[in-house]
Design a binder for this molecule. Structure first.
Ligand code: CIR
Length: 258
């Protein structure tokens, strides 16, 4: 069976700042090289543009070392953009400069503290939002998202999450009804409708692939995952993400897509 491709037309990204070297991390891979990160960010924005997206690149945000990970600041669907209070205290406020940009495209609904929700914990497939309840996203955040999108025909499925930072560190949609998942989610009943490709822990970072308009963007350096994704027959683009990986950031984190 062929599954319809949801086409994105826009993306928002934000340049990293030199302060990124002080970003939150559990990776233990050392400090990122700012110049190299800028070059990788440029390549990322170019890749999205090559896939047909109109990419708005925002200037770096002083005072917020993690602000290039814009995915966490909002959840966007066809009808509405939901602005989210981030769960990490040092990141609260990043969403304020995203709001006017989103407002050019969609009505914006704001979720307020004490609800917390980070976009990295939210996976949208068709009309379902899968939300991982993590250290960053609480039940009140998931309920507030449900209230904001329910009237547009979306449902919200919450799932316990994770040994890792975000739900999408573990689970990502790569088209054709297929998910890349960690072993933790290989049998999750909430995901039973999907074909699942398990990515083992030695390539854990590559679980965070980014599916854009029929192409799968894969982080470079993970040959087994690359081979598995290639086997599925969709076009693949590889991008070097080494400097963002040092801050626990993956491919989905660097953009909001809609
Ligand atoms: C953080 O810990 O918040 C950042 N260093 C990484 C955020 C990654 N974002 C994402 O996975 N959506």
């Amino acid at each position: 069976m062929r599954y319809p491709i949801h086409m994105f037309t826009h993306a928002i990204t934000r340049k990293p700042s030199e302060e990124m070297v002080n970003g939150l991390t559990t990776a233990g891979l050392g400090k990122p090289d700012f110049r190299l990160a800028l070059a990788q960010h440029d390549a990322y924005c170019r890749a999205l543009a090559d896939l047909g997206l109109d990419v708005t690149v925002l200037d770096a945000e002083p005072g917020y070392p993690d602000a290039c990970f814009v995915e966490d600041t909002a959840v966007v669907c066809g009808e509405v953009a939901v602005l989210t209070p981030l769960g990490a205290p040092s990141r609260q406020g990043e969403q304020e400069t995203i709001e006017p940009v989103l407002a050019r495209h969609k009505p914006v609904v704001r979720i307020e503290l004490p609800a917390t929700l980070e976009g990295g914990d939210v996976l949208l497939v068709d009309k379902t939002f899968f939300v991982g309840l993590s250290d960053r996203t609480n039940r009140a955040g998931a309920e507030a998202l449900s209230a904001a999108v329910g009237e547009h025909g979306y449902s919200v499925v919450t799932m316990p999450c994770c040994e890792t930072l975000h739900f999408k560190t573990d689970v990502n949609y790569i088209g054709n009804n297929t998910l890349l998942v960690s072993p933790l989610f290989s049998d999750a009943v909430e995901l039973a409708r999907f074909d699942r490709v398990v990515v083992e822990d030695d390539e854990a970072y590559a679980r965070n692939c980014l599916y854009v308009n029929g192409t799968v963007i894969v982080p470079s350096g993970f040959p087994r995952t690359l081979a598995k994704v290639r086997e599925l027959g969709q076009p693949v683009v590889e991008l070097d993400m080494s400097e963002f990986r040092k801050l626990d950031g993956g491919l989905t984190c660097l953009s909001l897509r809609f």
